[in-house]
Design a protein around this ligand. Structure first.
Ligand code: ADP
Ligand code: MG
Length: 228
């Protein structure tokens, strides 16, 4: 499918978003690392190439923040998928959503959770935001902004603005993040030949929340593309 078809489909959904799998296929086309994954119907058998531990995510045309409605389960085995799916169907129903299918992915090894977002600023292009995920973004609002297209040096300068950068560099015995991989990911998104530059006007906002940065990789494990 093409991006034009993704946009047409998104406009038919209450969420006005690409599906997570569509978003990730676009990221992947621009060289951005995403987890191996497949979309299946509830009860359908999982293809054999996916390795445990797995992450199971709800697909629903009305659901935006999946975990808020019990729509994400990490560390799942193949044997558990049907049970997880049925719990997920009940949980989504409690929140007024219908479970349309499952996105089953490989679970990415732990690392630092980074948020990368971009919003189309009328007349200006894309405003790009990067921040340290979880408490650091929500409580301390430790984020940095830039305007696409961003050079690798500009991306490094943005990251250097973050107070939490020490944490990424392995302070307090934590994992030392692969900063080069994170810079490359942001560059593939927001660089001169990046994904943002290729997006039609209808796409107004994107969110990679989180990107998991370990000592060897930076992987976008969630992708939200919003159509205006
Ligand atoms: P939500 O719609 O709630 O934001 P996410 O897709 O971001 O759902 O998943 C919620 C959390 O689950 C993520 O913040 C991350 O910690 C974890 N997670 C999601 N996908 C993966 C994955 N493939 N590997 C490892 N952890 C994951
Ligand atoms: Mg998310």
């Amino acid at each position: 499918a093409t991006i034009v078809e993704f946009i047409a489909q998104a406009k038919t959904r209450e969420s006005a978003m690409f599906t997570e799998a569509e978003g990730k296929s676009l990221l992947s086309a621009f060289g951005i690392d995403t987890p191996q994954g497949v979309e299946i119907a509830v009860g359908e058998e999982l293809p054999s190439h996916l390795r445990e531990p797995l992450v199971v995510k709800a697909i629903s045309t009305t659901l935006v923040h999946k975990s808020d409605a019990g729509g994400v389960r990490v560390g799942v085995t193949r044997a558990e998928i049907n049970e997880v799916a049925s719990q997920m169907r009940d949980s989504l129903a409690d929140f007024g959503h219908k479970l349309d299918g499952l996105l089953v992915e490989e679970m990415v090894p732990a690392g630092h959770e980074i948020i990368v977002g971009a919003v189309r600023a009328p007349g200006l292009g894309w405003t790009v935001m990067v921040g340290l995920g979880g408490v650091l973004v929500e409580v301390f609002e430790d984020v940095a902004f830039g305007l696409a297209p961003l050079s690798e040096n500009q991306i490094r300068d943005m990251l250097a603005e973050l107070r939490g950068m020490k944490v990424l560099n392995g302070a307090r015995g934590g994992v030392k993040a692969d900063i080069d991989a994170l810079v490359a990911l942001i560059s593939r998104l927001a660089g001169p030949a990046g994904l943002l530059a290729s997006l039609p006007e209808d796409v107004t906002e994107i969110d990679l929340n989180p990107v998991i940065v370990s000592d060897t990789r930076a992987v976008a494990v969630d992708a939200r593309f919003v159509v205006g």
